[in-house]
Design a protein around this ligand. Sequence first.
Ligand code: SAM
Length: 462
Amino acid sequence: MESKPTPNLPASFVSQLQTVLDPQGISEFLKGLEQPTPISIRYNTHKHVGPDAGLTPVPWCPTAYYLRERPSFTLDPLFHAGTYYVQEASSTFLYHILKSLELPTASVALDLCAAPGGKSTLLSSFLGTSGMLVANEVIKSRAQILKENTIKWGLGNTVVTQNDPSHFSGLGGIFDLVLVDAPCSGEGMFRKDPAAIAEWSPENVALCAARQQRILDQAGGLPKPGAYLIYATCTYNRKENEDNIAFLASEFAYEPIRVPLEASWGIVESEIPVDGQTFFGYRFFPHRVRGEGFFISVLRRAGGEERELNLTKEFRHDHLKRVPSKAIPKEIESQLIGTEALQLYQLGEGYFALDKERQAIFEKLSQALQIRYFGVELGQAIRGEWIPSHEWALSVLEKENIPRLNLSLEEALSYLRKEAISADQSPKGWLLATYMNLPIGWVKNLGNRVNNYYPKAWRVRS
Ligand code: SAM
């Protein structure tokens, strides 16, 4: 691939680099910005697709791979089926950190700044269907994108909320892990997104650092005793990184965690002395790693008393109510394997399934937070008719007994564009539309025509 022209960087940014790189490092860094941005994806192992032959793995995340070139993801039905997420390679280092921690099985994690959902979907996979993730995004339009990506990923272990970090203040002691992937000045995105250069200024760095400190002030008390807090940014400067770790470690009782590294990865470890302890941060420079600029650090909350959380007998909520499994049609219930392990809820016209093991925590969260999505929406009862939800189609809940309509690439693209498709040989009624055996949505075969139930808002326009 061709190299790019050297971007025109603000002089104050280059002089600020001296706090994290020596002169030789700065000149290599500037050359690194001329190299093409690597493209990488991370697979959804719950959807059983492997990497294409010959792809190079990202060294710190076994489900992530570098692509040879950027394909049209929009024109790949497997992308819409949620079989992979397009994720920048450096940020998949989160997997390596998670693997090195002593997280309990069935952990509950909070991703406080989660949209569009790169790290949330990684966390969702890592936690697995026995774990639970609260993926939060304060900005409404971004929370909607996070919800869509959560639905596509489909594990059913994620609650999407739209709240300011301060709204979590009564929820301390629930989480085994809190991730703060903070909004930042984006220095690490200069190569991938040159617009980030125009937005950069020392004033903006100071503004971002102050905002991050406010977020950490809210987040610092949320992990349980002995649980972890991971802080990340896609920027290099110390104000938004080391200084914030020092703030966190001096405001709350935390212990340092050192993450094992392979020298060949090119990641730079930074030492952060705070009150006689040394904390650690990990910095990714584009001239040293095959990825974009990134910083990440992990700390462990000091031990103490754990709070017990019990399921309340009665659940009161303005919009959400527990419903028995007979609330959904018999033919749908019979398709759901392990209904006895699921608690059903009704929210408006929608019926949702959630693992009973997560019920107590979910109900507690629902009292304090604005829930945008949770578990798996199975379907909606509209004027007496049951309409299966797209969310259920994309979820990893078993749908073995449902008749399928296997589509070719051409047909799958027509389906995703919401065009007419045919189902001549198929039984009448609801069919699960699949591409390469992976569900991409629903159709209803009426015999003389087929209704395409792909969500209007998700329609592929190219
Ligand atoms: N974790 C995401 C991922 O991997 O896809 C990227 C998160 S992005 C770096 C930071 C997010 O924080 C943005 O979605 C932004 O809307 C959100 N944000 C902005 N201001 C915030 C605030 N004051 N408190 C919490 N989150 C905020």
